[in-house]
Each structure stands twice: as structure tokens, then as C-alpha cells.
Design a protein around this ligand. Structure first.
Ligand code: FEO
Ligand code: CA
Ligand code: CA
Length: 698
């Protein structure tokens, strides 16, 4: 369907005087805008529980204290922007796919001219609370695939009153998150989506399904979808009639191969899989990334919520389970339906989730793989940058308050070309290499920037553990606990961490942290102990403890992208421009859109950063924003789109010469029920349906 609005506020186009770096705020205030359902289903009410990270690991130099309250003189943040380096091996344009095209739209496939979202001037969308996908005047949007749509040949027509696990396993799953679009030809492509979690209270009419039936349907509604799509003559994209060649559903029961050092280890063996090499299903797949070799990576994130027990937590697992947020209560009750989710019966089953998985969308028969070499934690996603020698450098965030940034560097180099031999080689790149965790050091605020240097502290290679007393397998399975011993920097919920294919820098969304400054101190990379929120649109700003609106961190890996050293700076300190603590790369604050809780990031062909948000703490709906990272417009945040009531904006992606902007509208209507929905988006039924949307200029 098409759903466009024109209400917007106009931002003056010209850049005024750049702003200096703001420092510091007072305390107090409410939580963010997330509904109870979001907290319950998404992360198992993580914010209501003690943080799993009990270390005192903000061992960072130059901790900023409340004494540092004055504004510092920036001295030109933009001056810190280096010369733009085009593409090179770091661009996904270097990709090889079976179709002989780049490894994913949106990277390096043309430079915007004219009607391209990369360079187009659009009137930013104003903050709003409409039950719609609202885009700038002159643009339109349409649903490409929604919950329940047929994916596999012969899939039954969706009927919300006659859902079954069998039908769900053939239909588009619930709560689409990551969006990948991989080329097939001039007007054909593969859409790859994650289905992160389920909202049972709005999926099922009350009393229509037993708890056991709901769980079985929910398990089948998790996972991933691959579907062929076709470009339409009028500018949009739609599902192809060809469902046989590529279409695929991966669910919570699809067999996965396991590779890397922990494959087959005792830590991964269960009674159903004594080999420790075949895992049923992938769960809580959040963000992801398209690799330069034409596959898709997906992060298993808040997997703790699927496990519980009516018995006792095994004593020898208590520490690890606590660090990963696994408790006996098991919010979803899945342990009551399946023994494998009962941690007293199968204490190793949790070790089989929390990985980065890789799928080959071009081969529907290829077994998806869980890569143990990339560590086990609450993976938001994974994105690859190629080093100049062709090794894969993978950036990852562990999305928990006070957890860490990680990097993996492969031992082998990517092979170019699309031969079967090259593809097989490249799909094994993530089995051998070195996994590291980030330690950031501030250089003080006298320079007027929140910035400094960083170090990738090695945890393990595939052959040798660098954590004294820890085996390679134990580092990979209990990565959080191993990392705790080497004093990494506790960050404010690292979400997407993605290299910019144009300037080579790496951008990390640090979405928020209500505990920062109270449970543990601030530091230069996580500087806010308080921030301004707005309880509802139009209300005055209020003080709240912690970092409520998030940051975007800019890392400069340097010429050698495998180096253990890097530099960093806070590029965006998000929030309402009226809030004194906000900072937008030095761009004038009266000319930017309010932005809160950055989550996923993407880049267009000229290197503009695109940010989607989750959990707006300013009273508006979440959305997508465009932010140039270079030149006079560096830091000019403009809102491109807002999402419907209760929804989060996920997986932004810019494709085919910057003509199309993709997003996943996740959990519309969250907070309501089937009987009393708070959203009816996309207005095709009497209940909301998560869906993937594409937007283009009319
Ligand atoms: Fe699934 Fe970190 O968001
Ligand atoms: Ca500094
Ligand atoms: Ca996310």
C-alpha cells in the first residue's frame, strides 16, 4: 500500500555558525518511551533487572566528572574530517555474487545526481505521532512484504484466526528487523529479512489459541526470510511470482551447521545433538550485514528470554547465566513446551544461541551457519570492512547497557570472483582469525571534543587464547565473561557498528543507557550522566538520569584496518536540539531534526550516514534520518521518515543508485492488544502487521 504524508517543518538550507561542544547536565526524570510490551518481549525487561555486567570496567582514562560542566571550545569539529577516500577494497562494491554484481545494493553503486536521496534536498519530516509511514513531500512509500505474506510456493493464505506453525513457517515472519537487498539482475533482487521476535498479545485473538499453540506458532514466526522481488515500472518493488528459485524461510527449527573452534565442543553438545555441530533454529535475529562476498550476516541478540526452568539453575552455570541474563523464570514459557529450552534439562542449549549466523541467499539449499569464532553475546549485528590485503574486518556490538564493542579480523583473505571455489572459500572466512574487544581512552575535554584513542584488546584467535586461564572455546562461548577480565570500555548499549564504504570510518550507534552516571561513572566516550527528554510531543523538556537519547560514535581505524589502534570521536550526541547537551558534528543546532535513540545505520553511495531509531525519548515516533559526515553539511541531521504508532524503524538501506530507501517497520501497535489495537498500520486489516517498506521519489 502507499502511505505518504506531507506535513513537515522546513529547515533553512544554509549552514550557520558551527556550535561548540556542549558539556553536562543535571539529574532526575523518567524512563524513555518504550512500552511495557517492548521491554517484555524484546529484551526480557532487561532495564528492570540488574545489569549483567557487574564489573567495574570503566577503567578509562580521563573520566569526566560533574566538575566538567562548562562548554568547551570545539575549535572546528569539521576540521577533524579527513579527506574522503573513495571505495577501494573497503567498499562492498568489491563483492562477488553469483550474478556477477556487487554484494548488495547501497554501497558504491553509483554517485547520486538529481533525484537521489543521497544528494537531494528534501523537506524534513516533522516529529509526529501519526499511525503512518510519513515521508517528505514528493516521496511515496509502499509495503513490499508484511507478516503473513506467502514466501514459499504453496504457502496458505494468511488468516489471523487460523494460524498454525506449519503455515507460519511458509509465510513472512513477525517483526522484521534487518533488511538486505542483494542483486539478481537489472530489475530483480533478493530481499533478506530478520524476524526478531513475536508480540503474542497482538498476534493472537484472546482465547483463540492455547499457550502451547501460541509458542509453536511464535517459534515458526522467528528467524529469517529470503524472497525474490521485482522492480515495478512506477518506481517501487514488489514480491516476485517466482517463489521457487530462491525463496526461503529460516525459523526457530531450521538446522544450522556450526563452525569455528567451538563447533563440536562439549560446551555445545546436548542430548538431541551429541555432536555439538547441528543447532535447530536461530532466534532474536536483530540487525545484520551484507558481506562483500554476497552473503548475509545476522545477529542473535536477546536470546536469554527463550530459556527458563521449573527446576533449579545448575550451580556450575549460575555465573554465566547471570552474565547473559538467563534466569529460571523464562518470560516466554518456552521451557514448558520444549525441553531444550529448559536449562535444568539442557544446560548447554543456551550456549547454542547468541552467535552471528551467515546465510547464502543465492542457494536455498545451503545450510545456514553459526560462526563461533565471532563470539557469543547479545549480537546486534555484524558488518564487514575489507582490509587492504583482503582480510575481513568485522565490527560488532553487544547490545546491553554497559557492554562492549567487538572486532574480528580473519586469518584468510577474501577471494574475488564468483566461482564456486571462491564462494566456498569466502564463506569460511569467519571461521579463523582473531576476536578482540574495544578499550577507549579519552584525551580530555580541553580540546573541545569528546574524543580519544582506542585499542582492540585481543581475546582469542582460533588457535590461541589471550585471556590467561581461559581456553579458546571458553572465550568464545562465554565471551562476555572473558572480556570482563581485560578491562574493556563499558559502552551505552552498542547497536549497529558499520563501516562507511566511502570514508572508511566506522560508525557505532550507542542507543542509550539509563544507568550511565549512577551505576558506574561516565567517561569521555560515554559522557552523559543526565539528559533531556520530552514525555510527550509538545511538552517541555525534562531532566532524566543517564544517557537517554544516545550517541553516534565515529571510529577512524587508520590506514591499516587490521591495526590494534584507532582514534574515535562522538559524532552525534542525540536529543532535542534545544537540549544543551546535544551535539551534531558541529552543525548549527537550530537547523537539525531532533533525533533520539540511534539503532541501525546505513550509508548511501556518497557516504551519507542514515540512522534509524528505536525508543524515541522526545515524544515523537521513531524514524530514519540522513546525516552527511563530510563537508559543510557534516552533522546536518534531517528526518526522512517517521513510523507508525508503537513501531520501531529498523534496517535502513539505500539502494540502486540511491533511488530507494528501505526500512522494516517493526512492532507497530506494540503496547496494544488484538482486541484493543493501538495501531492498525498498514491499514489492510483490523490489526497491525509488521512490514518491510520501500520509499522513493515520485
Ligand atoms: Fe534488537 Fe539491539 O536491538
Ligand atoms: Ca577530547
Ligand atoms: Ca536493533
Amino acid at each position: 500500500m502507499t502511505d505518504s504524508r506531507t506535513d513537515a517543518h522546513a529547515c533553512p538550507p544554509a549552514a550557520g555558525p558551527r556550535r561548540t561542544l556542549p558539556l553536562w547536565r543535571a539529574d532526575g526524570g523518567p524512563h524513555g518511551s518504550r512500552s511495557w510490551a517492548t521491554c517484555f518481549y524484546r529484551c526480557g525487561n532487561a532495564c528492570d533487572k540488574p545489569e549483567p555486567n557487574r564489573t567495574d570496567n570503566p577503567h578509562v582514562q580521563d573520566v569526566i566528572t560533574t566538575a566538567l560542566r562548562r562548554r568547551a571550545v570545539l575549535g572546528g569539529a569539521a576540521a577533524g574530517v579527513g579527506t574522503v577516500v573513495l571505495g577501494g577494497l573497503g567498499s562492498a562494491a568489491a563483492a562477488g555474487t553469483p550474478e556477477g554484481r556487487g554484494g548488495g545494493h547501497g554501497h558504491g553503486n553509483g554517485h547520486g545526481r538529481g533525484d537521489r536521496v543521497s544528494t537531494d534536498g528534501f523537506r524534513p519530516v516533522a516529529p509526529n505521532t501519526d499511525d503512518a509511514v510519513t515521508v517528505p513531500p514528493g516521496y511515496t512509500s509502499a509495503v513490499v512484504a508484511a507478516w503473513g505474506d506467502a514466501v514459499l510456493p504453496g504457502a496458505p493464505r494468511f488468516d489471523v484466526h487460523r494460524q498454525t506453525p506449519e503455515s507460519a513457517a511458509q509465510q513472512f515472519g513477525y517483526n522484521n528487523d534487518y533488511v538486505g537487498v542483494l542483486p539478481l539482475g537489472r530489475s530483480s533482487a533478493l530481499l533478506v529479512c530478520n524476524h526478531e521476535y513475536t508480540n503474542e498479545e497482538i498476534m493472537f485473538p484472546a482465547g483463540a489459541y492455547s499457550a502451547d499453540e501460541q509458542r509453536r506458532i511464535a517459534l515458526a514466526s522467528h528467524g529469517m526470510s529470503v524472497l525474490r522481488i521485482e522492480k515495478g515500472r512506477r518506481g517501487g518493488w514488489s514480491a516476485s511470482r517466482d517463489r521457487r528459485t530462491y525463496n526461503r524461510r529460516i525459523t526457530g527449527e531450521t538446522p544450522f551447521a556450526v563452525d569455528g573452534p567451538a563447533a563440536g565442543s562439549a560446551r555445545l553438545r546436548t542430548s538431541a545433538d551429541p555432536s555439538g555441530r547441528t543447532i535447530l533454529g536461530t532466534l532474536n535475529n536483530c540487525a545484520g550485514g551484507t558481506t562483500p562476498w554476497g552473503t548475509v550476516l545476522s545477529g542473535e541478540e536477546n536470546v536469554n528470554q527463550y530459556f527458563g526452568t521449573a527446576g533449579e539453575i545448575p550451580a556450575d552455570r549460575a555465573e554465566a547465566f547471570e552474565r547473559y541474563g538467563i534466569s529460571a523464570e523464562g518470560e516466554r514459557g518456552w521451557h514448558l513446551t520444549w525441553d531444550r529450552f529448559d536449562v535444568a534439562k539442557e544446560p548447554n542449549e543456551p550456549n547454542r544461541f547468541g552467535w552471528i549466523v551467515e546465510i547464502d541467499p543465492y542457494d536455498r539449499d545451503a545450510a545456514p551457519v553459526k560462526h563461533t569464532m565471532l563470539g557469543r553475546f547479545k549480537h546486534e549485528g555484524a558488518n564487514v570492512q575489507l582490509a587492504h590485503d583482503g582480510r575481513a574486518v568485522v565490527y560488532m556490538g553487544d547490545d546491553e547497557r554497559g557492554d562492549y564493542l567487538y572486532r574480528f579480523v580473519s586469518a584468510e583473505r577474501m577471494r574475488r570472483g564468483n566461482s564456486r571455489w571462491a564462494r566456498r572459500h569466502n564463506q569460511q572466512l569467519l571461521t579463523r582469525g582473531t576476536l578482540s574487544v574495544a578499550r577507549l581512552s579519552g584525551d580530555g575535554t580541553a580540546d573541545g571534543e569528546w574524543d580519544g584513542t582506542g585499542e582492540w584488546v585481543p581475546l582469542t584467535s582460533d588457535r590461541e587464547s589471550f585471556v590467561p586461564g581461559w581456553s579458546v572455546v571458553d572465550v568464545l562461548v562465554d565471551t562476555r565473561l572473558a572480556a570482563d577480565t581485560v578491562a574493556p570500555t563499558r559502552m551505552d548499549r552498542p547497536e549497529d557498528v558499520e563501516p562507511n564504504p566511502v570514508n572508511g570510518r566506522v560508525y557505532a550507534a550507542l542507543t542509550n543507557n539509563s544507568n550511565r552516571g549512577t551505576a558506574y561513572p561516565t567517561d569521555e566516550a560515554n559522557p552523559l550522566a543526565s539528559s533531556k527528554v520530552r514525555p510527550e510531543l509538545g511538552a517541555p523538556l525534562e531532566d532524566a538520569t543517564g544517557n537517554r537519547n544516545g550517541y553516534v560514535l565515529e571510529l577512524e581505524p587508520g590506514r591499516d584496518r587490521t591495526s590494534s589502534r584507532f582514534t574515535w570521536r562522538l559524532f552525534l550526541v542525540c536529543g532535542d536540539p534545544e537540549a544543551p547537551e546535544t551535539y551534531f558534528g558541529g552543525f548549527p543546532k537550530d537547523q537539525v531534526s531532533p533525533i533520539s535513540c540511534p539503532d541501525n545505520v546505513a550509508f548511501d553511495s556518497v557516504g551519507n550516514l542514515w540512522v534509524s531509531t528505536d525508543g524515541n525519548a522526545l515524544g515523537s515516533h521513531d524514524g530514519i534520518f540522513r546525516v552527511p559526515v563530510a563537508g559543510r553539511s557534516r552533522g546536518k541531521v534531517e528526518q526522512f521518515l517517521t513510523v507508525p504508532i508503537g513501531a520501531e524503524a529498523c534496517g535502513p538501506l539505500i539502494t540502486d543508485g540511491d533511488q530507494h530507501v528501505w526500512l522494516a517497520v517493526q512492532h507497530p501497535g506494540e503496547g496494544g492488544t488484538f482486541a484493543a489495537p493501538t495501531s492498525l498500520w498498514p491499514h489492510t486489516d483490523r490489526f497491525p502487521r509488521p512490514a518491510v517498506v520501500v520509499t522513493w521519489k515520485r
